[in-house]
Design a protein around this ligand. Structure first.
Ligand code: PLP
Length: 486
């Protein structure tokens, strides 16, 4: 790949630029063939063009000032009203379209921190199940809200019995997910709500994954626990349109039970020489194209279209769940309601990360889980077509690893094994920061966790340190493996 070191001194014809632009995707994951199990929600080229057209129509429009582009505010009003309806909100439910799940989650933390300030809380804390998405831990760092972690019970469900004990005068919010990312379990929102109401603590539901599929699963007759505004203690919900709503990237929502909460999300600065400034969310410029595409996706599918997608997604989900359960060396983690799940190894002789390596080698892109170790799948309707092939490859991958346990000590299995088990967590953090530094330093390099750095080891003390860490990791994984095989 030819990398650019400076802006071309002369501009280039658009056709040339577009032709080269496409070459940059040459080693991207093959999501159009259903090979990727996260990150992308893709249906087909025709639909992608439809979204692209909607996006393009408003790609210059800016939602920074909601009074300037009335079109964007109208999209936002329609989107929020439809989401409130889907989530069984009362007419008081209000909210904002954001750029993604992370922005929605971060805004909830900012809102509840600021709300708690009005009653004198200066050392804010929030209670998060350990399965909460990392966006919440990021929000903790960014907004200075301390996390109290709610552990899981033996079935990998957030242990509600321990929730009340973690709440105190400084607790600004409690979080539950519908569903959580690692295992696809819906947290016990009704039980959380009872405690939240008793203690007068706001309860946010992270439905970034579930917001645009759980309501349709329920409409299709799937039994689900209650998790939305029908639960009285729920004060806000985040729901991503760019996941199971099949919008272009850059569209999520955060809604609140009423304006009394939402007003703490707003930012106003009245003394700026640039003018009086007000903003409802984190971003300054807000991308009109993303709003338009999100609106278009929702209008295109309507309830019937989303129900159909949910039906096909759950068919694929059920097939995968049963297929994994039928492999004796594997088990499905927890009790996932869909549309995603995690699975691990039930056989000490089969290293699940080595199974992941085998799946990668067969052209699948599968995410890794830790605590417990596992592989992950975020399932969409498009995966229905490849599910038979996936499950047959998975069976083969397990058989290969069982026959060759030494595979646990090579490839990315060793790296993941080390990263998830080594007790020195600071070392893992340092290693990842070093990798990021290599990627983002001036002239940064591509990095591939699966194959290690795409360049020769660094010379000098730092390179030697990294080599020591790597050797330590290999030793650690080998020792763990010997222990389990004994
Ligand atoms: C439960 C949950 N919340 C929040 C997020 C963050 O969403 P985004 O990647 O759009 O920022 C994710 C992403 O997968 C998620 O699974």
């Amino acid at each position: 790949m030819n990398t650019k070191t400076a802006l071309p001194s002369q501009g280039r014809p658009q056709a040339d630029v577009l032709a080269e632009l496409k070459t940059y995707a040459s080693d991207d994951p093959h999501y159009k063939e259903g090979r990727l199990w996260s990150l992308v929600y893709y249906l087909n080229e025709e639909y992608a063009h439809f979204l692209g057209e909607a996006y393009q129509e408003f790609s210059s429009a800016n939602g920074l000032n909601p009074t300037a582009f009335k079109s964007l505010k109208r999209f936002e009003n329609d989107i929020i009203a439809s989401v409130a309806d889907l989530l069984h909100g009362t007419p008081e439910v209000c909210g904002v379209v954001t750029s993604g799940g992370t922005e929605s989650c971060m805004l909830a933390v900012k809102t509840y921190r600021d709300l708690a300030r009005t009653r004198g809380v200066t050392r804010p804390e929030m209670v998060l199940p350990v399965t909460a998405h990392v966006a919440w831990f990021k929000a903790s760092e960014y907004f200075g809200v301390k996390v109290r972690r709610l552990p899981l019970d033996k079935n990998l469900r957030a242990d509600v019995k321990k929730l009340a004990r973690l709440c105190n005068r400084n607790t600004v919010m409690i979080l539950g997910s519908a569903p959580e990312y690692p295992h696809g379990t819906i947290d016990p929102i009704e039980a959380f709500s009872a405690i939240a109401l008793k203690r007068n603590i706001p309860l946010h539901v992270d439905a970034c994954v579930g917001g645009f599929i759980l309501p349709f699963m329920e409409m299709n007759g799937r039994p689900l626990p209650l998790w939305d505004y029908r639960v009285p203690g729920v004060t806000s919900i985040s729901a991503d349109i760019h996941k199971y709503g099949f919008a272009s990237k850059g569209a999520s929502t955060i809604t609140y039970r009423n304006l009394d909460y939402l007003k703490h999300q707003m930012f106003v600065y009245e003394d700026w020489p640039g003018g009086v400034f007000a903003s409802p969310a984190l971003l300054g410029t807000r991308p009109g194209g993303a709003y338009a595409a999100a609106w278009a996706a929702m209008q295109h599918f309507g309830k019937s279209g989303y129900r159909d997608l949910a039906q096909r997604t759950m068919q694929a989900f059920d097939q995968m769940k049963q297929g994994v359960q039928a492999i004796p060396e594997l088990y499905v983690m927890g009790d996932p309601t869909g549309p995603l799940l995690g699975y691990g190894s039930a056989d000490p002789g089969v290293n699940i990360f080595a199974v992941g390596d085998q799946m990668d080698a067969k052209g699948w892109k599968v995410n890794r889980l830790q605590r417990p170790d596992g592989l992950h799948a975020m399932i969409t309707a498009s995966h229905l077509e490849v599910m038979d092939a996936y499950l047959s490859d998975l069976q083969e991958a397990v058989a290969t690893v069982k026959a060759h346990p030494e595979l646990a000590q090579s490839g990315s299995a060793a790296t993941y094994g080390m990263m998830s088990h080594i007790p020195l967590r600071g070392m893992v953090r340092k290693k990842v920061l070093d990798m990021f530094a290599q990627m983002y330093q001036a002239g940064g390099q591509d990095m591939d966790l699966h194959g290690g750095p795409a360049h020769a080891p660094e010379p000098g003390l730092k390179g030697q340190m990294n080599a020591v860490v790597e050797r330590l990791a290999q030793w650690y994984v080998a020792r763990q493996q010997k222990k389990t095989l004994r």
